[in-house]
Each structure stands twice: as structure tokens, then as C-alpha cells.
Design a binder for this molecule. Structure first.
Ligand SMILES: Cc1cc2nc3c(=O)[nH]c(=O)nc-3n(C[C@H](O)[C@H](O)[C@H](O)COP(=O)(O)OP(=O)(O)OC[C@H]3O[C@@H](n4cnc5c(N)ncnc54)[C@H](O)[C@@H]3O)c2cc1C
Length: 284
């Protein structure tokens, strides 16, 4: 139930304005698809909000030869459309176009997906981990850029006084793929997610989402892959069998699935994502 308290919304025209509102206790309001359901989760809705939508550049995607810069207020729908067909970014495109449902994708933002600290099933996180994206935060005048893995390792503390402003994707990956398992075809949170990327050095990065509370790289499997001939498994089947041997995840129990089930579906998702990756690489 909603309470009757009056709430305020500031539409920031600059990062400085947004930071000033943040310092006074306002919560960042992006698409609102998560935040506006706080009360349903038994949390108190914040008193004050600040929107980033009018901050110049934060709704834009800048595509350059060597990198792509994505503003925090870009929606999943726009992200999926603008990245479609870009080699190396297939995992991010699939994460943006496959998450949630069309109505949510129309409003849910990149910043919201990365900053919802109590949401374990975010699709963009493993996709961005696999391609080793950089996250830009701003807490004062100087932006801080750090690898997404470092951001996730310390996300709550970093966001306590900062705003996520941009995500930067280097265009040095050769191919990538994203496999997810929702219990129904659409609308459900994914039970488990696997994203894979083939780097310029022809190594494979693997990241897993929704199985534990925070997405992370699967480094033991990356090592097992690199010990194979040519530095990678020759088929999806071999990849799945290696995944079954080095499954070091602690599955989290949740409404959609138990932890053991999330762990158990990982080899199948590794097979699917690796088959797609090997196919993309062969087609280049
Ligand atoms: C029915 C349903 C199904 C869904 N299914 C999926 C799915 O399959 N896959 C998936 O990935 N997601 C899914 N989601 C989650 C959805 O993607 C998230 O709700 C969304 O990512 C949050 O984005 P938002 O822009 O609406 O953020 P908001 O709800 O506005 O904000 C979420 C949190 O992030 C903070 N925040 C937002 N932007 C910033 C910023 N730039 N800097 C600092 N803090 C910030 C806010 O203060 C708040 O704490 C689903 C949601 C719903 C409602």
C-alpha cells in the first residue's frame, strides 16, 4: 500500500544538479520499473527523487571505431536497436532485447539494470562482464572509470555517494553470445544466465548471472577452456562437459527456482552460448 506522504522529483539539467540532489538524500529515478515497486517488497519508498533524463548525453549512445559509450539513461529498447549487428557485442544486444518484456524494455535503463543492488537476475551484468566493459561513476567533478568486475565487487559502497553516468564498451572482442533460462518464454526473471566472449587474443571470457546474488566471471571454466587445443573447446558439447566438471557456484534459493537447479542448468547454458559463439566465429 502507498502511504500519503508528499514526495518531490527534481529533473536534473546537469550531473552537478543531480549530485547536489543526491547529497540531500534524493534517490536516482531512472525507468522506475524497480524503484516504484519498493513498497511491494516491504521497503519504504524514498521521499525525494532525482531524474537523469534531461542531463545532456545520458540518453545517448556514441558509436566510434574503437569504443561505444552508452549513457546511463539509455533504455534497453534503444540499446538493443543501436547495437544490433555490431560484431563482438552480440551478448549485450541479446541481453538488451531478451530481458523482461517489451513494455519494461521501453523504460528500464542501463543505469537502473546495473545499479539495482538487490536484483540478482539482471541480464546486462553477465553480458558486460564477458566483454569486460568499463563503468563511469561520478561523485564529484572528476569521473571515475573502473572495470565492471571492480564495480560489482564494491557496488553498494561505490553507489552510496555516486551516480553511474556511462558504460564504455571497447570494440576489441571478436564475438560474444548470451544464453538465459526463464521458466516461461517471457516475463519471468531468468533462472540462470551465461554470457561468453571471444577476445582479440582468442581467449574466452565467461560470466554467469542470476545463479548467485551478484553476477561474476567463471574463471575456473575459463582456465579449463584455455587448456584445450586452440585455447577453447572444439564444440558446445565439450564446453558443457567442462562446465559440469568445474561448477563452483553456490546457487541462491529464490521464488523462481532453488539454488541446486540454477547450478544444474549451467552446463546446458554454456553449451548453447558456446555453440552460438563458435558459429559466429566461423562465419566471420
Ligand atoms: C516484470 C519485470 C520483469 C523483469 N525482467 C527482467 C529480466 O528478465 N532481465 C533483466 O535484466 N531485468 C528484468 N527486470 C528488471 C528491470 O530490468 C529492472 O527493473 C531495471 O533494470 C531497473 O531499471 P530502471 O531504469 O527502471 O531503474 P529504477 O527502477 O529507476 O532504479 C533502480 C535502482 O537503481 C538506482 N539507479 C538507477 N539509475 C542509476 C544511476 N544512473 N546511478 C545510480 N543509481 C541508479 C535507483 O536509485 C534504484 O535504486 C524486470 C522487471 C520487471 C518489473
Amino acid at each position: 500500500m502507498f502511504d500519503n506522504l508528499e514526495r518531490s522529483l527534481t529533473v536534473a539539467g546537469s550531473i552537478e544538479e543531480a549530485l547536489a540532489a543526491r547529497k540531500q538524500g534524493a534517490a536516482i529515478l531512472a525507468g522506475g520499473t524497480w524503484l516504484m515497486r519498493d513498497e511491494r517488497r516491504g521497503l519504504t519508498l524514498p521521499q525525494a527523487f532525482v531524474s537523469l533524463h534531461a542531463v545532456p548525453g545520458l540518453k545517448a549512445i556514441d558509436i566510434e571505431d574503437h569504443q561505444i559509450t552508452i549513457g546511463a539513461a539509455v533504455t534497453h529498447e534503444v540499446l538493443g536497436k543501436l547495437l544490433a549487428g555490431i560484431a563482438g557485442l552480440e551478448a549485450v544486444t541479446a541481453a538488451a532485447t531478451g530481458a523482461a518484456n517489451p513494455a519494461i524494455r521501453r523504460v528500464a535503463t542501463v543505469g537502473g539494470n546495473l545499479c539495482t543492488t538487490d536484483f540478482a537476475a539482471a541480464d546486462l551484468l553477465p553480458a558486460l562482464l564477458a566483454i569486460d566493459a568499463i563503468v563511469e561513476l561520478q561523485a564529484d567533478h572528476v569521473p571515475l572509470c573502473l572495470p565492471i568486475a571492480s564495480f560489482l565487487a564494491n557496488r553498494r559502497d561505490l553507489l552510496a555517494g555516486a551516480i553511474l553516468t556511462r558504460v564504455i564498451l571497447c570494440r576489441d572482442n571478436l564475438a560474444s553470445a548470451h544464453a538465459r533460462l526463464p521458466l516461461r518464454r517471457a516475463g519471468d526473471y531468468p533462472v540462470a544466465i551465461v554470457s561468453v566472449a571471444l577476445t582479440a587474443e582468442r581467449q574466452i571470457r565467461i560470466a554467469v548471472g542470476s545463479v548467485e546474488h551478484v553476477a561474476r566471471r567463471w574463471t575456473t571454466l575459463e582456465e579449463a577452456f584455455s587448456a584445450e587445443r586452440d585455447g577453447r573447446p572444439a564444440s558446445g558439447e565439450i564446453a558443457a562437459s567442462l562446465a559440469a566438471q568445474c561448477n563452483d557456484f553456490e546457487g541462491r534459493d529464490g521464488i523462481e527456482a532453488d539454488g541446486w537447479y540454477r547450478r544444474q542448468v549451467l552446463p546446458a547454458l554454456v553449451r548453447r552460448s558456446m555453440e552460438a559463439l563458435l558459429q559466429e566465429d566461423a562465419a566471420r
